[in-house]
Design a binder for this molecule. Structure first.
Ligand code: UDP
Length: 241
C-alpha cells in the first residue's frame, strides 16, 4: 500500500498511557502502543511523538489548588518526560531505535531539543519522542504538537484521544444525538468553542495548514490506520467537506 504520509507527528495524551486505570503509566498499554508505532515505522513513515503528561500532573489542576501556575506547569512538563522515557523503553524493547529530545535540558536522560538533529534522527529511521512540551509554562502539549509539526515539516498531526472517536458537535456523553464530524474546518473549532484542543494549538495548525486527524486510541490499531491515511475519526483542515 502506498503510504499517504511521509512524516507524522503522533500526539499521545498522557491518559493514553494510563489505560483504564486512568492514572500513571500502564506498561502493558505502553507496549501495545509501541507495537503500533513500530508497524508505522516499519512502513517507512517518519514518526515523531509528542507525549502529554495529564496521567501524572496538569499545571492547571495544581494552580486551581493554589500553587504558582508556572511551577505547576514545570511539574507538568517533567511529567511528560517520564512518559517519554516509558515510551522509549517500550519501543527499544521492540527493537525500534529512538531518541528522546527534551525542551528542558536534562542531559543525563534526554538530548536537548534540536530541530535539525530531530530531522536527522528520523531520516536514519529513528523514532523521535519530544518531552517537556514547548519548555514554556502556559502552553499545552497539543500546542507542542502543532509547533513541532510545523518545525519538522510533518504532513499531519495524528491526535490520539482516549474515550472518544473524533470531534462531535456536542458532548456525546451528555447528548445521545451528538454527531461526529468526518471533516471539520479549523475555524469551526474556534467558532464553536469545541473542547478538542486549545485555541493556540488550533490557530497554529490553521496558520501553517497542518491537517489534524483526531481518533480513538482505545483501539490501538488506529495508530497505524491513521498513519496509513485511512479516514478514521475526524480530519481537521482548511474547510469541512
Ligand atoms: N505543559 C506546559 N508547557 C508545555 C506543555 C505542557 O506547561 O509546552 C504542562 C502543563 O502544565 C500541562 C502539563 O504540562 O498541563 C501536561 O501537558 P498536557 O496537559 O498537554 O498533557 P495531556 O493532556 O496531553 O496529557
Amino acid at each position: 500500500m502506498e503510504a499517504k504520509y511521509r512524516r507524522v507527528v503522533l500526539k499521545l495524551s498522557g491518559e493514553a498511557l494510563a489505560g483504564d486505570q486512568g492514572f500513571g503509566i500502564n506498561p502493558a498499554v505502553v507496549e501495545e502502543i509501541a507495537a503500533q508505532i513500530k508497524r508505522v515505522r516499519d512502513h517507512g513513515i517518519d514518526v515523531a511523538i509528542v507525549v502529554g503528561g495529564g496521567n501524572i500532573w496538569r499545571g492547571l489542576a495544581g494552580s486551581a489548588k493554589g500553587m504558582d501556575r508556572t511551577t505547576a506547569d514545570y511539574m507538568g512538563m517533567m511529567a511528560t518526560v517520564m512518559n517519554a522515557l516509558a515510551l522509549q523503553d517500550a519501543l527499544e524493547k521492540q527493537d525500534v531505535d529512538t531518541r528522546v529530545q527534551s525542551a528542558i535540558e536534562m542531559r543525563q536522560v534526554a538530548e536537548p531539543y534540536i530541530r535539525r538533529r530531530a530531522i536527522r534522527h528520523m531520516e536514519k529511521g529513528r523514532v523521535v519522542i519530544f518531552g517537556a512540551g514547548t519548555g514554556n509554562p502556559y502552553f499545552s502539549t497539543d500546542t507542542t504538537a502543532a509547533l513541532r509539526a510545523a518545525e519538522i515539516e510533518a504532513d499531519v498531526i495524528l491526535m490520539a484521544k482516549k474515550g472518544t472517536d473524533g470531534i462531535y458537535d456536542s458532548d456525546p456523553n451528555k447528548n445521545p444525538n451528538a454527531k461526529r464530524f468526518e471533516t471539520l474546518a479549523y475555524i469551526d473549532i474556534l467558532k464553536r468553542g469545541l473542547a478538542v484542543m486549545d485555541a493556540t494549538a488550533t490557530s497554529l495548525c490553521m496558520e501553517n495548514k497542518i491537517p489534524i486527524v483526531v481518533f480513538n486510541i482505545d483501539e490501538y490499531a488506529n495508530i497505524a490506520r491513521a498513519s496509513f491515511g485511512e479516514a478514521i475519526g475526524t480530519t481537521v483542515g482548511g474547510e469541512a467537506v
